[in-house]
Design a protein around this ligand. Structure first.
Ligand code: NI
Length: 178
């Protein structure tokens, strides 16, 4: 396994539509292992292959129980509701935006062996599914928010809203990037 370099916003790889994965081989396994290791080192909540320069439809999402879900060729099957929330991205360090996402999302994806599975996610997991799958289509969350905030600005806003006192868990998870 190896830690790969996470590309940042100006890199053209982040704006490309990624190709489906067709070979479930050792190279894919290496990519998924590297994505996991890179995500762990970056202390993020999700990471997509194009963020490390691989234009293939593969991504990792950190689930509520802190396990990592591998998604190969993921698709959103259904979604409901909406939730506003703060979102950051490992490809845009230090910046945050308020992004409306569905609060329930059902996906299907393949595992590293090509086996299809379905999974439902709410709250932060639903947000992560949307964020990572968007990366595979060359989209960044910044397209869905009116303005970006620095970490300092976000701290001020959260302090004013009293969220840090009321929702420490949500705050902690919400501030990790994808
Ligand atoms: Ni991201």
């Amino acid at each position: 396994m190896a830690i790969r370099t996470i590309l940042t916003q100006d890199d053209p790889a982040l704006n490309k539509v990624c190709h489906p994965v067709t070979r479930f081989d050792d190279k894919l396994a290496d990519l998924l292992d590297d994505l996991k290791e890179t995500l762990t080192q970056a202390n993020g909540m999700g990471l997509a292959a194009p963020q490390v320069g691989i234009l293939r439809r593969a991504a990792i999402v950190l689930l509520e129980d802190e396990s990592m879900l591998e998604m190969v060729n993921p698709e959103i099957l259904d979604q409901r509701g909406e939730q506003p929330g703060w979102e950051g991205c490992l490809s845009l360090p230090g910046m945050w935006g308020n992004v409306m996402r569905p609060d329930w999302v059902k996906i299907r994806a393949q595992d590293r062996n090509g086996q299809w599975f379905e999974m439902e996610g709410t709250d932060m997991t639903a947000r992560c599914f949307c964020h990572e799958i968007s990366h595979l289509d060359g989209h960044m969350y910044t397209e869905l928010t009116e303005r970006l905030y620095t970490a300092e600005e976000l701290d001020e806003i959260l302090a004013q809203e009293g969220e840090q006192a009321n929702h420490p868990k949500r705050e902690r998870r919400g501030r990790r990037r994808r």
